[in-house]
Design a protein around this ligand. Sequence first.
Ligand SMILES: O=C[C@H](O)[C@H](O)[C@H](O)COP(=O)(O)O
Length: 233
Amino acid sequence: MSDAETLKRQAAARALEHVRSGMKLGLGTGSTAKHFVELLAERVAQGLEVVGVPTSEATRAQAESLDVPLGTLDEYPALDLVVDGADEVGPDLTLIKGGGGALLREKIVASAAAQMIVIADASKKVPTLGTFPLPIEVVDFGVAAIRRGIEKAVRRAGCQGLLTLRRRPDGHVFVTDQGHLILDAAFGVIPDPAALAACLADVPGVVEHGLFINLASRVILAGADGVTVLDRA
Ligand SMILES: O=C[C@H](O)[C@H](O)[C@H](O)COP(=O)(O)O
């Protein structure tokens, strides 16, 4: 396992300590969350009783293959905990998520959970959000007009930058699990995430964006110097 994967697994292992039998658990998406699901499956095999609600079809497939019992958010609308990764962790545990395109379901699941624990390697911690392009999920209609609307709206929050329609490695347009498209916004710096979130919410055609504000209660970061736990004030 590479050094980066080892760190992700360390963060995942620490998050697993928060899991108790009987919990309804949101299962995040991405390479870090994947470690958590693997470790969770080991505990399930040993007798831990939980029900997982996956945040993506990819996570559903992984959890199913590992025999983690699953349910839907309709069956379990109030979750005890969600464990998920992040692309950036900023001040006040504000996050950028959606690098894997799962932001919409991830945000719905996080909002339904009593607690959200984020797991990441320490490189994800940043003083200011925005180096990682912000994923903005949009409907599949009038994307050029939606893009113009976003460009105009985000200026009110002091943001500007190139918006790139996300494509898969094979060149086809990336389509989310909910059938939407993603514009990745290279803002570089997001001076006021809450103001930006409010501006984006005003643009018709924007379904959701990757800013997670006041959702993460704890962030577990694994770095060369060990594991650091950050709690939201
Ligand atoms: O859409 C994907 C998710 O928000 C991921 O949790 C995020 O991109 C972090 O992924 P990774 O753990 O692979 O860096």
